[in-house]
Design a binder for this molecule. Structure first.
Ligand SMILES: [Ca+2]
Length: 495
């Protein structure tokens, strides 16, 4: 039954010809040779200046939404060029299939459940939370407890670690790691290591156009003319000009609101798709691409290209059209993947991922080694010569080995949990090598896929590989219990 659902989703988004074109675009370079770069050994880097970091994160950008990931219509010239200058990751994952947990995972290097970020976080002022409960009884929480959910002060973020190591740090865009935004009741971006922040609690309001809800270092910025992706990049460029000391290295997190709803797009980008019902969405991705390109041009103007590691990715898969009232522009594509945002199948969690690091990453290469949002902290720490915290479990791993053509060494397999997943009963997933297991929260139902050869998760191999299933089940059950025990219990059950 679930296979049928998958086919419907894929076919809704992409016809067969487009799918084959996409599959070819992704698969062919892999066959030609993975990630080997012939790069300098990491030890050679000792003594060199630590690189700057730019981590650009889109909101709900699907795996199939960029031209360089096979989209048949959307134009993304800046990112296509960026991919030719760097490495395109075919197996890049978000830490979760939904906003807030994904961001917490990226900041902490920990699977978000450990941090207590179980779901997207409502704004403290929102009114309708008392009726928001999960519809399966064992997981029902009173909804106002969601407003208690936030990235706690005791979590250690990558920004804090880099700051301690002499980096100047900046966050621009969507934050979504607390409910009481710009309030003393919960930690704000500065409390999590960002020297400078120009951020919103969640989406740009009322839409990407002329947003009114940015806060700059604790002060409301008021209504700003323009579109949020451009506004964010303007701020990042201004920060580089006027706030970065130009002495030590910098780290900027550029967290776009686009192409999440409510989508609004400048006319000239919509006009590129005139006559298409998807014009607002497609144009929105193109506008984000344009804004990203401007930031890359700025790095060139300041002669920072060679000293800056840049990663572009997304926080989860694409929204389902009309899933809720207001999602009528969500024409995002998961490409050949099964599922969408909020699913534990690949469409929910596998996202575009492109890294440029001149001199270390072979231009135009393609890498099929899995990389997750939780890997950002250990990877950046490794490059900056900063120790990763040892007083708590860190799930991510440094992915620097992929730049030397090697495999990432993981102590913890890639793991995802989202109790509100639309792919229920499957709310938990784990990937170990080429294999992915899905499970329900009670660890009684399982599916098993060879994700390398079955990217669309169409063949459940659980019954065909009982020994492998048993091994992965055992590993997952232990990991799941350990992570579950660590998550803080600020939720209250209502019965
Ligand atoms: Ca999102």
């Amino acid at each position: 039954m679930t296979v049928t659902t998958s086919k419907v989703i894929v076919m809704n988004k992409m016809n067969r010809r487009e799918f084959l074109k996409f599959a070819g675009a992704v698969a062919a370079p892999i066959a030609l040779g993975g990630c080997g770069q012939g790069l300098e050994k990491l030890s050679d880097r000792r003594g060199r200046a630590a690189p700057n970091f730019v981590i650009a994160l889109c909101d709900d950008l699907g795996y199939g939404d960029l031209a360089c990931y096979g989209h048949p219509h959307i134009k993304t010239p800046s990112l296509d060029r960026f991919a030719k200058e760097g490495v395109k990751l075919t197996d890049c994952y978000a830490a979760a299939p939904v906003c807030s947990p994904s961001r917490a995972g990226m900041l902490t290097g920990r699977t978000p459940h450990r941090c207590g970020i179980y779901d997207w976080i409502p704004h403290s002022a929102s009114r309708n939370e008392t009726c928001r409960t999960y519809d399966f009884p064992e997981r029902r929480w009173i909804a106002h407890s969601w407003k208690q959910m936030h990235l706690r002060q005791q979590e250690i973020t990558v920004a804090e670690l880099l700051k301690q190591a002499g980096y100047t740090t900046c966050h621009v865009g969507k934050w979504h790691c607390n409910s009481y935004f710009n309030s003393p009741q919960q930690p704000q971006p500065d409390a999590h290591g960002f020297d400078y922040w120009f951020s919103t609690q969640n989406n740009a309001h009322p839409s990407h156009k002329n947003p009114v809800n940015f806060v700059r270092n604790g002060r409301e910025a008021g209504r700003i003319e323009g579109y949020s992706s451009e506004i964010i990049v303007d701020e990042a460029m201004d920060w580089l000009d006027n706030h970065w000391d130009r002495v030590g290295p910098f780290c900027i997190f550029v967290w776009f609101h686009s192409p999440h709803e409510p989508v609004a797009t400048e006319k000239r980008f919509m006009d590129m798709y005139s006559g298409k019902k998807e014009a607002v969405y497609y144009g929105n991705v193109t506008q984000t691409d344009h804004a990203f390109g401007r930031l890359m041009d700025k790095l060139d103007d300041m002669k920072l290209r060679d000293s800056t590691f840049v990663m572009f990715t997304s926080d989860n898969g694409p929204e389902t059209l009309n899933r809720y009232r207001g999602a009528e522009r969500s024409y995002g594509s998961p490409g050949p993947l099964r599922g969408m945002k909020l699913h534990m199948y690949e469409g929910g969690i596998r996202v575009p991922g492109i890294i440029r690091w001149p001199g270390r990453v072979k231009p135009g290469s393609v890498c099929n080694e899995p990389v997750s949002g939780t890997d950002i902290l250990p990877t950046l720490c490794s490059m900056a010569g900063v120790k990763v915290p040892t007083d708590r479990p860190i799930d991510g791993a440094s992915v620097l080995p992929i730049f030397q053509g090697k495999t990432v060494v993981r102590k913890v397999p890639l793991y995802w949990r989202y109790d509100g997943a639309l792919s229920r009963p499957f709310t938990v997933a784990m990937r170990d090598g080429n294999w992915k297991i899905l499970a329900d929260g009670e660890m009684t139902k399982f599916e098993l896929y060879n994700i390398r050869f079955d990217i669309g998760e169409t063949h459940n191999l659980a019954s065909r590989h009982p020994n492998l299933l048993k091994k992965m089940k055992e590993k997952l059950i232990v990991l799941h219990a350990e992570i579950d025990a660590e998550g803080p219990k600020w939720r209250q059950q209502i019965f």
